[in-house]
Design a binder for this molecule. Structure first.
Ligand SMILES: Nc1ncnc2c1ncn2[C@@H]1O[C@H](COP(=O)(O)OP(=O)(O)OP(=O)(O)O)[C@@H](O)[C@H]1O
Ligand SMILES: [Mg+2]
Length: 585
């Protein structure tokens, strides 16, 4: 992204009110810049008055002192007002920017999450957001005021001081700018490297936290600490190289200022000695020069921070510009009619994962009628979950057509699909919230407490929930980590009984349950099939789960190799019988 585009996009982040704030800030800063210039002038005049009038009474100085006090206090008040407006604008922008980034991530293709580590994405998001807001502040809140103060100082310098002295003072600016640009160009690469290194460490950190139990059981903590230590040392060395270079350039900037300060004082003192200027003007010249170096120092800081923030802001806009997942690309959601006939058809469907030539599903032709209970079995890795992913538009089929109620899946929106299909995946997703919130998760309609309880009862989890001190208000840990695998699965299944979907997909949904609770839940699912005419697709390794299916499809290498009822399949030679006899897993 070009720098101009970046500035334009940052500007577009401001809404109308924030743009008005920006204009107010500029006015405030012009006022503040002007007020600042009054100080050197009045102090210079006061000095000359003291030196010129032999019997200057103290009472004559009082108006001067009062004037200096009023100017200084007014300037500070103006700065406070400016700061409040700046922070108000920036915090509002940050809020919007964060929501946009989260929305962009939640709509991004799933491949993005497979290609980037979780912690890496999280770290990048936070740092880039911080950098973008800093850039916004620098460009629209800090840069203009520094320029105004500098211009005001230059105007006063040229109008009040001799031309030679004024031109001499001005030379401090180009030399300062050359130093800062040299600093930026030499440090840019290392800054990008540092950012990537930090993101990678964030990724590793989240990976370690997620694997804490395995790390403990394998007693691998020390190895991981060493791995982290090596990465940290590598990062530290890079950072030190950067800090040393920065210290060198900062030193150059101060030397530049110090040299010019000496030159200005020396020259003006010489001119006063030659009676070309008054003694008060020596003081005015020095103070005017400080009025020039203050915004210059501010510009140094701005340019320096600007180079780092620009890198981060580019990262932020990379997140914002992530393409939308294909499944969101259909425009409007069609109203799902209650009298729809929820049958599913696969016509010559094929599928491969992105960046892979391996055919996961090939030439799949299949009709599943409304209200049917279909089982899917097959060896591990044969493509069962992948089939479900393309049916729920988590992945796009690479060939063929899938229809639901004669409507092409491509034309169904995310909302349509979420209303028709409920999926209980292999690893259920629980949020860090109450059990009630978790059972209601994904349910877009209002439900009563009784309905939630009824759903939990059907999922064989109500007794357990009631036994907890806070019942349905019990807060679950992240990912439901304070529950057993079976309890997590039952909460995920309770969602289904609450929603009563027209199509239900169970991917190993009861794999962690004991036989008694599985049988109970299985009965309730079959009951749901009858009372709601739900089409059910159930994937299971535990074959008895599929005992009452209307038909079982046996997959191997992404193709249907057998089809039939449970009792037919266990008595026919083939993969299903082998699986039943424990010969194949
Ligand atoms: N995101 C992915 N990218 C690339 N390949 C993948 C991805 N997910 C799965 N695969 C591959 O696709 C094949 C089918 O995987 P799938 O998850 O559909 O198997 P499955 O039949 O559900 O197995 P299981 O019974 O073990 O759950 C496997 O070979 C797997 O390695
Ligand atoms: Mg699977």
């Amino acid at each position: 992204m070009k720098k101009q585009n970046l500035i334009k996009r940052i500007y577009l982040m401001l809404n109308k009110r924030q743009k008005i704030n920006f204009i107010i800030i500029i006015f405030i800063m012009i006022l503040s810049a002007l007020l600042s210039q009054l100080l050197p002038l009045s102090i210079g005049k006061l000095t000359d008055d003291i030196l010129n009038q032999e019997n200057l009474s103290f009472s004559a100085i009082i108006p001067f002192l009062l004037f200096i006090l009023i100017v200084t206090v007014s300037n500070e008040i103006i700065k406070v007002i400016r700061r409040v407006i700046v922070e108000d604008t920036c915090t509002r922008c940050e809020k919007n920017a964060r929501s946009q980034a989260v929305s962009s991530l939640l709509h991004a293709p799933l491949s993005y999450f497979k290609e980037n580590m979780t912690g890496n994405i999280h770290g990048k998001l936070n740092r880039s957001l911080e950098g973008t807001i800093r850039l916004l502040k620098l460009l629209f809140m800090d840069f203009a005021p520094a320029i105004f103060s500098g211009i005001a100082a230059i105007v006063v310098i040229f109008s009040k001081l001799p031309l030679f002295l004024s031109i001499l003072m001005l030379f401090v600016i180009p030399i300062g700018i050359i130093i800062i640009f040299r600093q930026i160009s030499t440090q840019k690469g290392i800054r990008v490297e540092l950012m990537e290194e930090k993101s990678s460490m964030d990724g590793t950190m989240v990976e370690l936290i997620n694997g804490i139990e395995v790390i403990r059981v394998t007693d691998n903590a020390e190895t991981e600490v060493d791995r982290f230590k090596n990465k940290s040392e590598f990062l530290r060395q890079k950072e030190m190289k950067h800090h040393k270079a920065m210290a060198f350039y900062d030193c150059l900037k101060f030397v530049n200022e110090a040299l010019f300060t000496v030159l200005v004082i020396g020259t003006s003192a010489y001119l006063a000695g030659e009676n070309i200027i008054s003694v008060g003007t020596v003081l005015t010249a020095y103070l005017c020069f400080t009025q020039l170096t203050t915004p210059l120092r501010e510009l140094h800081r701005i340019f320096d921070e600007l180079s780092e923030s620009t890198i981060l802001a580019k990262e932020y806009f990379n997140i914002i510009d992530l393409e939308q997942d294909f499944s969101y690309k259909r425009n409007k959601s069609k109203n799902i009619k209650n009298d729809s006939n929820y049958f599913i058809q696969f016509k010559d469907v094929g599928f491969s994962y992105k960046n892979s030539n391996k055919k996961i599903i090939s030439n799949l032709n299949l009709n599943i009628s409304e209200g049917k209970f279909i089982g899917i079995a097959g060896p591990s890795g044969c493509g069962k979950s992948s089939l479900i992913k393309i049916l729920t538009k988590l992945e796009k089929n690479t060939s063929g057509i899938i229809t639901i109620d004669n409507r092409n899946l491509d034309n169904l929106s995310r909302r349509d699909i979420s209303e028709i299909i409920a999926l209980v995946p292999q690893n259920p997703f629980l949020v860090a919230g109450t059990i009630r919130e978790n059972i209601c998760y994904g349910n877009h309609k209002k439900v009563t407490n009784e309905e939630v309880k009824e759903a939990a009862k059907r999922a064989y989890i109500d007794d357990f929930i009631e036994s907890l001190p806070n019942g349905y208000d019990t807060i679950l840990a992240e990912g439901g980590n304070n529950l057993s695998g079976g309890q997590r699965q039952r909460i995920a299944i309770a969602r289904v009984f609450l929603r009563k979907p027209k199509i239900l997909i169970l991917d190993e949904a009861t794999s962690a349950l004991d036989n008694t609770s599985e049988k109970y839940i299985q009965k309730q699912i079959e009951q749901l099939q009858i009372e709601n005419n739900t089409l059910i697709i159930s994937i299971a390794h535990r074959l008895t789960t599929l005992e009452n299916c209307d038909s079982i499809l046996v997959f191997d290498n992404g193709q249907i190799v057998q089809k039939g009822k449970y009792h037919e399949l266990i008595t026919t030679a083939g993969i299903f019988q082998d699986m039943y006899n424990g010969k194949l897993k």
